[in-house]
Write a protein that binds this ligand. Structure first.
Ligand code: NAD
Ligand code: TDX
Length: 341
């Protein structure tokens, strides 16, 4: 029987985790604590078994709200909650520091106060900075923390606070660092759902710079399965890199999706580069593969096919996600309205 306190479970990866765990582990009970920011979406939680899923609307930086929701007897806090979009952190870092750093600290303190035996911090490969292009270099668990943008810096700071709680108070902590996730229900500000949402409506696709930046892509459920392994079997105080050995240049990602949809490459529109744009991320997942016996289930082709099908069949979800404030964000970020070509 697991009793889990999940934060950020109405977002992309957190909701995939909640769905997967409730479906596959019948003895698991979840408290899902989420502030429902622009990225949190209750649509992502439709159809869950409510007898084992309790949603609590709250902010991880609010100590009282966290303590009120966190019950004694909880087996683990798994912290997905974050401000997660690099471009937004470049425009304004404040919320990133509040949620990603202060919020993590509030959860660490609450874990001690409520005697929660394990704390799982969902971190990111971006804390390790950027790798050189075309070289046989990979991020390992020993790579130095060298974040380059405000989002990554806030996630690196959070890792330091997690490690400090482990070292100082003996809190049982584990950290996962994953690469770029893709799959159903990802907010359309991120690259793959942005490509899909625009291409499905024959709108142009903004590609930053020369389009040759490399990201290491993993299907979201594979990431979630790895997190479960780390929760169950990861060694206290350690970090686990998670990746599916799937490096792709951005330009090749766009072309693969356009080809799959039967849309012309002319939709690709090169735009001004992201400030300080990291060139390449690539993860060596040997530790999680070897020590925890984890392997991804999906290939790039099978994962992408599932993702494309989901977005093609869920136009109403896309419309709701792209309404209102998102349209203003899009105009600010790209200098053009969503429907302009
Ligand atoms: P997301 O932006 O889709 O979801 C974040 C969720 O956190 C939302 O539901 C939001 O409402 C909630 N949230 C934000 N601030 C909060 C607060 N103060 N209190 C409570 N809830 C709050 O993000 P995602 O892509 O699902 O990422 C989840 C986690 O995984 C993040 O920690 C992110 O850093 C990490 N990560 C993401 C990726 C990726 O490719 N998306 C890769 C590696 C790691
Ligand atoms: O409009 C765009 N055009 C474009 O060329 C956008 C939004 C992105 N890009 C490029 C930038 C990146 O090289 O695509 C690549 C992927 O961009 P994002 O989806 O914004 O992801 P990234 O910046 O790589 O960060 C992601 O992976 C690590 C997640 O957003 C983070 O939360 C995670 O920690």
């Amino acid at each position: 029987m697991h009793k889990l306190f999940i934060t950020g479970g109405a977002g992309f990866i957190g909701s995939a985790f909640v769905r997967l765990i409730l479906a596959e582990i019948s003895s698991c009970e979840i408290t899902n604590f989420d502030a429902l920011t622009y990225a949190g979406n209750l649509d992502n939680l439709q159809g869950l078994d409510e007898s084992r899923h309790r949603f609590v609307h709250g902010d991880i930086a609010d100590r009282e709200a966290v303590l009120n929701a966190l019950e004694e007897g909880t087996d683990a806090i798994i912290n997905f909650a974050a401000e997660s979009h690099v471009d937004r952190s470049i425009a304004s870092a404040h919320e990133f520091l509040r949620t990603n750093i202060l919020g993590t600290q509030v959860l660490l303190d609450a874990a001690r106060e409520r005697h929660v035996p394990r704390f799982v911090q969902i971190s990111t490969d971006e804390v390790m900075g950027s790798l050189p292009e075309d070289e046989n270099a990979f991020f390992t668990e020993d790579s130095p923390l060298a974040p380059n943008n405000p989002y990554a810096a806030s996630k690196a700071a959070a890792e330091h606070m997690v490690n400090a709680a482990h070292h100082t108070y003996g809190l049982d902590t584990v950290i996962t660092r994953c690469g770029n996730n893709y799959g159903p229900r990802q907010f359309p500000e991120k690259f793959i759902p942005l490509i899909l949402s625009n291409a499905l409506e024959d709108q142009s696709i903004p590609l930053y710079g020369d389009g040759r930046n490399v990201r290491d892509w993993i299907y979201v459920e594979d990431h979630c399965r790895a997190i479960m392994r780390v929760f169950e079997r990861g060694r206290s105080g350690e970090v686990y890199n998670i990746g599916a050995r799937n490096e792709r240049r951005n330009i090749d990602v766009v072309k693969a999706i356009l080809d799959a949809l039967g849309k012309p490459h002319e939709l690709i529109h090169h735009v001004k580069d992201r400030l300080g744009h990291d060139r390449r991320y690539a993860i060596d997942p040997s530790k999680v593969e070897g020590d925890l016996d984890w392997q991804p289930v999906e290939t790039w082709e099978s994962g992408l096919e599932k993702t494309i099908r989901w977005y093609a069949e869920n136009g109403a979800w896309i419309q709701r996600a792209r309404s209102g404030a998102y349209r203003d964000y899009y105009t600010r970020q790209y200098g053009t309205e969503i429907s302009a070509r």
